[in-house]
Design a protein around this ligand. Structure first.
Ligand SMILES: Cc1cc2nc3c(=O)[nH]c(=O)nc-3n(C[C@H](O)[C@H](O)[C@H](O)COP(=O)(O)OP(=O)(O)OC[C@H]3O[C@@H](n4cnc5c(N)ncnc54)[C@H](O)[C@@H]3O)c2cc1C
Length: 562
């Protein structure tokens, strides 16, 4: 069954359907893990419902380094199995969503006295190529010092011995999630954001059989029944396990990671670079050019507070800036150069005696006596495989214990996400040019059309249809208007911040533009949703709070400098 529009009316209808019929599976959490599970289970013929307490991807899944990567770093931990698994998943994610995953050549420089030399870098990249089954055209090559500097003049020359160059895939994590959610919805999954699980419910045998859900928009309390419940709540996995009384044994260790964004003119690297920090913790950091900006990170420190909005402290900023200033031949960056930042927490599984960087990123499934399934750890990159693993168990469980379902294996290996097609990356390359031309034909600049085609993939023609509509009544530029309305109609944008931060990433990579358009966006949405003055004020406050978070960080930066 293919369904399309994904808007607030569909949201309300989905919640109503979830209340009316018993689901096969209720998924808690609309990050990449929950979205992947909903898609995998739904395409195996299991009726799923997914509830997300805030917006889709508002947790860790919009706060990553935004790489679909093979986990080269895990070779240091000798985690060969993980490298092999995530490496081959990387290729699958790319073929199923080529519009949100772009291959980029990544430079791995090695220096005199560094942890890696020419031989070890080449050997590590060879092992990586083999384990991750990297295709021929993307296998590593090595550069000597001269060629390295010719390729990237901003690398620090002193002590440089050479670089290994290999391919990673840059992504937009929040958009990857929404494309999975949209495909799950098209397959018949009932999805709703702003719907929070407040309690689990149990049958007479003490087995979990559903959840109480608070509709955060209407404040209604809903009861949703399901044969099985999967807890994919990321950093909140243990909170749900506590609700279930099953938070024993292994538990989560949250670690915080911060990224900073500067204008590419301030840090004009052309290449993505993965480099050793000059610090004792021997962390490695990424530098990634994107949309006229360069972003870099990350830190890795234990986080024991609320995972909802982890902070960016002056210490975090200082750590990252010191690393890039020491390792690059650039005019040293100051705190004032930082345009935006984000901070997220990794839901890792505790390993006694290990420091944050050493804790494995592998995923694990917990099956409680109550029947509650929980899944934690892992990576954005491995989301499809994680979903396959847990749905294998849950589907078998349902097939054995309920007479109306026969086990089916995963269907997602070659399942294009929304915005992609059966023809994979090759088909997307062929789609690109004509789609950009169609955008230009309806009045977009080449740059704007190219951006939209990469952002929305094959859904871009739907975005184009909004270009000429309703503009007479709106102060928004056509390109903003079209994206906002596509978001409202097709991507369940409920709050302005959903659009500004997660559907369009503007709050991260086009901060100044957000300051210019935020009031019009809120007004446009107030019109669309017919908000009361009170609701509109609350929405404005939310946008301003997100901006203030970043302004507050800048103020803290100023006081740190002075
Ligand atoms: C700094 C950093 C960098 C990273 N970089 C990369 C990278 O480059 N590549 C990569 O592959 N991986 C990366 N990761 C890892 C990756 O981001 C995470 O593994 C992944 O996003 C976790 O997704 P999740 O769905 O499990 O959790 P989340 O995205 O946090 O989703 C869980 C969701 O559950 C919801 N929820 C919680 N409680 C309830 C409730 N009671 N009711 C309803 N909903 C609820 C939350 O609101 C949340 O949206 C990085 C992580 C961090 C922190």
């Amino acid at each position: 069954m293919i369904k399309n529009s994904l808007n607030s009316k569909v949201r309300a209808h989905n919640l109503q359907l979830m209340v009316e019929k018993q689901l096969d599976i209720l998924v808690i959490g609309g990050g990449i893990t929950g979205a992947g599970i909903a898609l995998d289970a739904q395409t195996r013929g299991l009726q799923t419902g997914l509830v997300e307490m805030r917006d889709f991807a508002s947790g860790t899944s919009s706060r990553s380094t935004k790489l679909v990567h093979g986990g080269l770093r895990y070779l240091k931990q000798l985690a060969f199995h993980e490298v092999a698994e995530v490496g081959s998943e990387r290729a699958i994610v790319y073929e199923n969503a080529p519009h949100v995953t772009t291959p980029v050549w990544m430079m791995l420089p090695f220096y005199q006295g560094g942890t890696l030399g020419k031989f070890t870098t080449a050997a590590a990249l060879d092992v990586y190529d083999r384990l991750a089954q990297v295709k021929k055209s993307e296998r590593k090559f090595m550069l000597d010092k001269k060629s390295s500097l010719a390729r990237e003049p901003y690398l620090k020359a002193e002590g440089l011995k050479g670089t290994g160059v290999y391919v990673e895939y840059r992504t937009d994590d929040a958009r990857l999630v929404i494309e999975v959610v949209k495909r799950a919805h098209q397959e018949g999954s009932l999805v709703a954001n702003y719907a929070k699980v407040t309690d689990l419910i149990y049958n007479s045998r003490g087995q979990v059989c559903g959840a109480k859900v608070l509709d955060q928009l209407t404040h209604q309390k809903l009861t949703i029944y399901a044969k099985r419940v999967i807890n994919a709540a990321g950093p909140w996995v243990d909170t749900i396990r506590q609700m279930d009384g099953s938070n024993q044994g292994k538990h989560l260790h949250l670690t915080k990671g911060v990224h900073l964004v500067v204008d590419n003119a301030k840090f004009p690297v052309k290449n993505a670079i993965f480099f050793d920090t000059p610090f004792h913790d021997k962390r490695m950091m990424f530098v990634i050019p994107r949309e006229g900006k360069t972003y870099f990170g990350t830190t890795d420190t234990t986080w024991n507070e609320d995972p909802a909005e982890p902070t960016v402290t002056t210490k975090d900023v200082h750590y990252i800036l010191e690393a890039v200033n020491k390792m690059f031949a650039i005019e040293p960056l100051t705190f004032a150069d930082v345009e935006s930042a984000w901070s997220g927490v990794r839901p890792l599984i505790q390993e006694e005696g290990k420091n944050p960087s050493e804790i494995s990123r592998k995923d694990e499934i917990f099956h409680a006596e109550s029947g509650l399934y929980s899944i934690a750890g892992g990576k954005l990159t491995g989301y499809r495989k994680m979903a396959e693993k847990i749905v294998d168990q849950v589907a078998q469980d349902i097939a054995q214990n309920f007479g109306d379902y026969q086990y089916v294996k995963t269907q997602t290996v070659q399942l294009p996400l929304s915005g992609a097609a059966e023809t994979g990356s090759q088909g997307f390359q062929e789609f690109l040019e004509p789609a950009i031309k169609r955008g230009m034909a309806v009045g977009l600049s080449e740059i704007a059309a190219t951006k939209l085609v990469h952002r929305y993939g094959r859904n871009v023609d739907q975005v184009y249809t909004y270009l000429g509509q309703g503009l007479a009544d709106s102060n928004l530029a056509p390109v903003d208007y079209a994206q906002l309305y596509y978001g409202l109609e097709e991507e369940m944008v409920i709050h302005p911040i959903d659009y500004l931060l997660r559907r369009s990433s503007q709050l991260l990579f086009d901060f100044k533009h957000v300051l210019e358009v935020k009031d019009q966006i809120v007004s446009e949405m107030a019109k669309y949703y017919d908000w009361s003055a009170e609701t509109k004020a609350a929405m404005i406050a939310e946008v301003n709070q997100q901006i203030a978070l970043r302004q507050a960080f800048k103020t803290a930066v100023k006081s740190y400098v002075s």
